[in-house]
Design a binder for this molecule. Sequence first.
Ligand SMILES: [Zn+2]
Length: 512
Amino acid sequence: MASRHDLHDHAVHHGACGCGLGLPRLSRRAVLAGGMAAVAAAGLAGCAQNPATGRSSFTGFSDISDDVAVGRREHPKLLEAFGGAYEDRRLQAYVDGILRRMVPYTEYPDLPYEITIANTPIVNAFALPGGKITLTRGLLAMASNEAEVAGVVAHEMGHVTARHSAERQGAGMVAQLGAVLLGAVTGSSEIANLASFGAQAYLQSYSREQELEADMLGVRYMTRAGYDPDAMTTFLATLGDQARLDARMMGRDPAAVDQYNIMATHPRSVERVQQAMQLAEAARPADPVVAREAYLNTISGMLFGDDPEQGLVLGQRFVHPDLRFAYEVPDGFRLMNAPDKVVAQHPEGAAIVMDMGASRTDDPADYLRGWMRGARVMNLERIRVNGLPAATAALQVQSRQGPMRAQAVVLPAAQRGRMIRFLFLAPPNAFGRFDEGFRRTTYSIRHLSPAEAAEVEPLRLLVTEVRPGDTVRGLSAGLPYGRWNDEWFRLLNDMQLNDGLRPGDMVKIVAR
Ligand SMILES: [Zn+2]
């Protein structure tokens, strides 16, 4: 079998189909994804010119109509990984309107473009081949006007018409790469499952060249449709600030953007977007559409943060009103609510992972023995946690990052036949430092009474008018980010550090 290196050289050689200029180099990834079949087919492929990019398309052997099937296949996977669809008819109609306004100006107006709003606070936007575009409600919360959303949609349409996903990796956009953070091996497959958290849907980022091209095309589409192209740079600045604030809240280097954030999957800078604007040579609309008030009125009432049906992250607390339990993680850990588990990660390699399992026994010690069957278990003990019977044991886990020490804790859920399961993980030499925090988390786990659960209401983004005497402190009080509330409020409202509030202005606030 050919080595990777051989495959690469082989592909580049055959890729020189000799028609047109600016043939993009076939990436090694694309070759590996398609294997030898792709290489062979590439040699035979015609070189149709893409009307959006003017480049000879070397996406192979397929044309853009084949992208539609790929997008249809990948879309449910993408949506599942990002909270499912957020159902809000008014908001949906509004973003559909933005899309429809621009479609006639693309080079492929007949593609079945479609926007889905993903029910997640993650800030991102995705384009699948063939025209399926996903905007997260986290992203919609950050935008301050219709033109900013139009800029994102237009940029995603640019990825579609330039066929970047197809160029990138042939077919699979949502690569199920399994565990990115921890490829854990224990003797117990169930424990390994829980320990192997990480990117469930690993999203590849575009190259900077593809980003520039998507921006050029996006500027073209949005200006032709009458939108103010400056919204693309203003919103990118907001998104960059959001990614940096997020990193600081996690105790990370502000430049270390979360892998799920739009700044990671779409690596752009304001300077590059300005360059794209010049390259696009698009005529500025005479009376460009911004539509701030209409947009703010439409997003007012939208869920903010997690959907309680999926459990809520409230700073260091996780509360699940439907499953009726809550717990707290120590400072420095960042809680993330994935579809099948809740992960709290510490920048120094420790993690607290939680999920639920079906159980035939009411005895947590019995359950723990079964759960860990096959693993090397040490010191299994029965404990009591807030009046509930619980069991705990230590074990070793092999991960891609080396050996990890783990402590498992199991206790019954409020619903019969289910167990709440925790795994506390840290590198062996660091476990001691985290041990006390792990214990505090263990003893913070409790059931919620039905009345307490009923009190957990979702946070909503509301748009309100600033009144005389209002302060940033006061207006930001409903945000769930504690000492970061002021900064978050400024970010949501495009306010610089020293900007004051002006009575009569519309601002976004967060409230129950
Ligand atoms: Zn992009």
